[in-house]
Design a protein around this ligand. Structure first.
Ligand code: FUB
Ligand code: ZN
Length: 605
């Protein structure tokens, strides 16, 4: 199924959950990231005048940090000009114009420190940085009509094509960190110039051509079309899989599609946390073997969750199967969103899936067991030495509307529910909803007739569909309910949101005998601050649950009967049981009230 995608420029998020996050992104987060990137020298680095003895020596992928910030500004600008932010972008573009080499090449680190090693060190991220700059330039060109940035980046891309594809004079054949592949496909989509698609294809086809098993971390252990499982560095991998899906769609390449199908299946059936986070180990920041999803030491980088959503988004354009949108939903309301604090100022790079402060103390004090254990941080920070996640968050939230629709000539797929207005092929489609806080969604079509495919989320057991106030039956296929809508029709979908207790496959050792509580798309968690401190001995009791609202965090909360069990002695059948009412909040809202225990997976007796 060849399927078009509606992108940020044609959809406005007008209210509700995501509008609040987009407003915070515009008012606070974008500026906070900017200030921290100024403090740390990232913007100044573009002046290309750093000298020995000065603070903040430019790092080899700082270009990409700033590029993602520039791209974020472009998306914000599409929805409302921001002259101050635009002036900053323009200055960086001028810096690039002044600093770049005659052949179009631009990379702060290599030009300043290793000019003799340009395109010689595969692990030094030149192509990764170039990819992010290209993505930023496309978005900025579209948003402002100012052509300079894009024309500079096209010259750079042309130089890359000459060196890597035409003359093959680079010391390596494919990037050590994927990203440029995605950017080149975007450049092709935006300009219609085939050479960029060919270059993207070249990078994907060349990868792994020498089958080096030791390069599994950078997905070079096999040619991509022979790969069947998710391996290695989770961000790199998911960017590669996204590019493979991009190419599978545009080139109708069934070999790549087959590989993408198998890899996606591998991820969602054995390598993904319940929160949609992926990449469970710090070791190589990588996917681990199937079912190795430890909670206490989870790495779960924000960029990796986000990248899984990008992969799923591309897959859903090829198959009308709701598991892709379900995966995106899992990511955006959980493992991605936990990456930013509720005040929009600070970030998680790693996203803890459990915090047990007592156990950390024991492990850290241990003479025997403190060598290779890495625990994720417990509190978000405003900036990191490696600060790839914060500007990825700003660009993702600013363009979240990308995930709502895709369409064919006769059908509009409603993948995500967000209060919004969109223009599709001369039609206007308006969603009114408080989702995910409320399961009622109204979808109004004006300007023509279409078949609507409404996603029935995987977590939803009971729903009704109506047309202009009367209930209608709608056949469901692969998770989408199909209903015909004429000009002016209002289709309503009512999803019953309930509290669910979810179990994990027993091969996920860390979760054996436990359940996770979910509420609509939210994975819920317990925090020590709400539940008397340490959570190590807490168990839920029975199946009662009351849904309430936490005024302080401004999120739903679930109250459940629970007990705290204390064993008298190291081993004993004498156990003191203290009943209490446990409170759970959405996982994304954890760690906003100081350092405290956190658990998603809990015993339920
Ligand atoms: O290497 C660039 C970025 O920094 C990666 O995507 C992240 O995982 C972190 O290593
Ligand atoms: Zn990151």
């Amino acid at each position: 199924m060849s399927n078009k995608m509606l992108t940020y420029e044609n959809i406005d998020i007008t209210g509700g959950f995501w509008k609040a996050r987009q407003d915070l992104n515009r008012k606070t987060t974008i500026w906070n990231v900017y200030k921290r990137f100024c403090d740390t020298g990232r913007f100044a680095a573009f002046k290309m005048n750093w000298k020995e003895g000065m603070p903040n020596k430019p790092h080899y992928f700082w270009d990409s940090d700033v590029a993602k910030w520039l791209e974020s500004v472009a998306y914000l600008t599409m929805k409302g000009r921001e002259p101050e932010l635009e002036a900053i972008v323009d200055e960086v573009v001028d810096d690039i114009e002044r600093g770049r080499m005659e052949n179009g090449y631009f990379n702060i680190y290599h030009q300043l420190f290793e000019p003799d090693n340009i395109f010689k060190k595969r692990q030094q991220h030149e192509l990764y940085c170039a990819g992010h700059l290209i993505e930023a330039a496309i978005a900025y060109d579209y948003a402002t009509g100012k052509g300079k940035f894009l024309s500079l980046m096209k010259e750079y891309a042309r130089h890359i094509k000459t060196v890597f594809m035409d003359e093959r004079t680079a010391a390596f054949d494919t990037p050590g960190h994927e990203e440029i592949e995605l950017a080149l496909v975007k450049l092709y989509d935006y300009t219609g110039e085939k050479e960029w698609l060919e270059l993207a294809r070249f990078f994907v086809d060349m990868r792994g051509s020498q089958n080096k098993m030791n390069e599994i971390n950078i997905q070079s252990h096999l040619p991509p079309r022979e790969q069947r499982s998710a391996e290695g560095h989770a961000v790199r991998a998911s960017y590669l899989y996204s590019a493979m899906a991009d190419l599978a769609l545009r080139c109708e390449d069934s070999g790549l599609k087959e590989a993408c199908d198998a890899i996606f299946e591998d991820i969602i059936t054995s390598k993904m946390y319940i929160t949609g986070s992926v990449g469970s180990t710090k070791n190589g920041e990588s996917f681990e073997d199937s079912f190795r999803l430890p909670n206490d030491t989870a790495y779960a980088e924000t960029c990796a969750a986000l990248a899984l959503a990008l992969f799923a988004r591309r897959m859903e354009r090829m198959d009308a199967d709701s598991r892709y949108a379900d995966t995106i939903e899992r990511v955006i309301y959980n493992g991605f969103l936990s990456g930013v604090s509720l005040d929009g100022k600070s970030f998680f790079y790693e996203n803890a899936q459990e915090i047990d402060l007592e156990n950390r103390k024991i492990v850290r004090a241990s003479l025997h067991d403190n060598r290779n254990i890495h625990f994720p941080i417990t509190q978000r920070l405003e900036v990191f030495g490696c600060s790839c996640c914060p500007p990825n968050v700003t660009r993702f939230i600013a363009s979240i509307g990308d995930f709502v629709y895709n369409y064919t000539d006769d059908t509009i797929y409603v993948n995500q529910y967000m209060e919004s207005t969109a223009k599709i092929d001369g039609l206007t489609i308006t969603q009114t909803t408080e989702y995910p806080y409320d399961g009622r969604i109204s979808v109004k079509l004006t300007g023509g007739a279409r078949r609507l495919a409404l996603r029935i989320p995987g977590w939803c057991r009971v729903y009704t569909i109506g047309k202009n106030g009367a209930s209608v039956s709608a056949p469901v296929e692969k998770g989408y309910a199909y209903v015909d809508a004429a000009d002016g029709d209002e289709i309503t979908l009512e999803l019953r949101i309930t509290v669910r207790r979810v179990k994990a496959d027993s091969r996920v050792r860390a979760n054996r005998g436990m359940i996770a509580v979910t509420y609509g798309p939210f994975v819920m968690c317990m925090e020590g601050v709400d539940n008397g401190g340490s959570l190590g001995n807490v168990k839920l009791v029975g199946r009662n649950a009351t849904v309430t609202w936490d005024e302080q965090l401004n999120v739903p909360a679930i109250l459940c009967p629970a007990v705290r069990e204390t064993v008298e002695g190291l081993y004993s059948d004498s156990v003191v049981t203290e009943p209490f009412t446990a409170k759970l909040i959405p996982y994304f809202a954890f760690a906003n009230r100081g350092e405290t225990d956190m658990r998603i997976w809990i015993e339920n007796i």
